[in-house]
Write a protein that binds this ligand. Structure first.
Ligand code: SF4
Ligand code: SF4
Length: 98
């Protein structure tokens, strides 16, 4: 036994997808790859006046399966804790409260 510690990130308790600033749509390049990959319909696309549609995660539908994470061409999606994302109000994804 070497006793070497392997630092692994703690597994997420209840993961959901989060879309970051690397998303092509944020740069006005239309892309729907993540939405097409999500079999839970947890990514919807909201029209943006004067720009391309913007993806956003519907937290209540997201299972944290990470299918969208692996297909995103710019690695813009990560999985984070649902509770943290809800508490943060999901700035940048949720343009309105329901
Ligand atoms: S696949 Fe990635 S780049 Fe494309 S819309 Fe989704 S988050 Fe944005
Ligand atoms: S993590 Fe899975 S369920 Fe959630 S948005 Fe991505 S593909 Fe859909």
């Amino acid at each position: 036994m070497s006793g070497a510690e392997v630092s692994e990130p703690a597994p997420l308790v209840d993961p959901v997808a989060r879309i970051g600033d690397a998303c092509l749509a944020r740069r006005n390049v239309e892309c729907r790859v993540c939405g097409e990959a999500c079999e839970w319909s947890a990514i919807r696309f909201r029209p943006r006046p004067g720009g391309v549609v913007q993806p956003e995660v519907v937290l209540e539908n997201c299972t944290g399966c990470a299918d969208c994470v692996v297909v995103c061409p710019t690695q813009a999606i990560e999985c984070t804790e649902r509770a943290a994302q809800q508490a943060a109000g999901d700035v940048g994804q949720e343009g309105e409260k329901t």
